[in-house]
Design a binder for this molecule. Structure first.
Ligand code: SF4
Ligand code: SF4
Length: 338
């Protein structure tokens, strides 16, 4: 284990002062600082904040009233980066509801034409938005991997977190995807689900919960899927507001800090991913994007100025919210880290 004290690009956004140093200190006990990226194998593209839902925990603060949406010009800049950066094998499309961006289909087609794996972070109910009924077939035809949100296999819990009627529509959407081959063994059409806890607690063990989901969804609705990802609720945006209003901020940060897991550090997603905002700005991850903490140096942090050599070993901008990624089994857009 090494301990260095060189300057870490530490930020203290709208967090309470009593917690601000904790991630940096916890990290420095187990790892050299500053935290460095190791590669860029994934470009996570946030195509906008427009969504047909307004979930309580949403870290994007997305909803139908939002207007931020990635332009065709920015999408073409991303495609240009893919053309000159074969190391980037995966394009992970997120939002908002990514499919609400009018250029979503173009982005998918062009990435697939370039041989990239494409992930669509899909809320499932978007299939029922007017003009979006073609999406399940489109995604299957282009062999897009789907990562779908379903925080519970019980209707009440899902509707409480994501809105009335969301559970039933999600179940129907999953059955439609299964009908196209998604989640079936050997089909190559990957259908993964995402679970996040309802309140200020850590997710349960991923493997056990995945089996519970498979049993319940299989028996009740005949649904099959590939993997379940457990994700820790990040103390930012709407969830931060909820904690603040309930007087639970200190409790939650203490929980995250007390469960700091050094084994999660190697797999932190910011070490192999670069996040592109709807306006083309670059971030170390989607959470930093929502906190308006661009990658450093921020004067270069635009997709139109992307340079692999400059970015693949960059120092990562960290803050107290990073404790959400290192707590318990660790957390990332790909689920638990350990
Ligand atoms: S579906 Fe996803 S992006 Fe939309 S409000 Fe819910 S959590 Fe946010
Ligand atoms: S929030 Fe997580 S992924 Fe983002 S910079 Fe912090 S540790 Fe990395």
């Amino acid at each position: 284990m090494t301990m260095k004290t060189s300057a870490l690009p530490m930020v203290t956004p709208v967090q309470p002062s009593w917690i601000a140093p904790s991630f940096e200190q916890a990290l420095a006990l187990h790892h050299s600082v500053p935290l460095k990226a190791q590669a860029i194998s994934t470009l996570q593209v946030n195509v906008g904040k427009v969504c047909n839902q307004t979930c309580h925990h949403c870290h994007v603060d997305a909803g139908p009233q939002r207007t931020e949406s990635m332009s065709l010009t920015t999408i073409d800049q991303i495609l240009d980066v893919l053309d000159r950066t074969p190391q980037i094998r995966t394009v992970d499309i997120t939002g908002g509801a990514p499919e609400m961006n009018p250029h979503f289909e173009y982005l998918v087609e062009q990435c697939r034409a370039r041989g990239r794996r494409v992930i669509d972070r899909c809320n499932l109910t978007v299939f029922y938005v007017k003009g979006k009924a073609h999406l399940p077939r489109f995604l299957a035809d282009h062999r897009v991997d789907i990562v779908a949100s379903l925080p519970c296999y019980e209707a009440d819990n899902v509707d409480q977190q994501r809105g009335k009627g969301v559970f039933n529509r999600s179940i129907t959407a999953l059955q439609t995807l299964n009908g196209l081959g998604y989640g079936a063994e050997g089909s190559g059409l990957m259908l993964d689900l995402v679970y996040n806890p309802l309140g200020p607690v850590l997710p349960p063990p991923q493997v056990e919960l995945e089996q519970d989901f498979k049993d319940e969804l299989g028996q009740q609705f005949g649904i099959q899927f590939n993997r379940l990802y457990t994700i820790t609720n990040m103390p930012i945006s709407r969830f931060w507001d909820e904690l603040h209003e309930a007087g639970q901020l200190e409790h939650y940060y203490t929980l995250l800090l007390n469960n700091f897991n050094p084994l999660a550090i190697d797999g932190l997603m910011c070490r192999s991913l670069l996040s592109v905002g709807w306006d083309g700005r670059l971030y170390d991850c989607d959470f930093n994007q929502m906190l308006d903490l661009p990658a450093q140096p921020d004067s270069h942090a635009w997709i139109g100025r992307f340079n692999l050599v400059e970015w693949e070993h960059r120092s990562i901008v960290v803050g107290p919210h990073c404790l959400g990624c290192t707590a318990g089994s660790g957390s990332s857009c790909g689920g638990a880290l350990t």
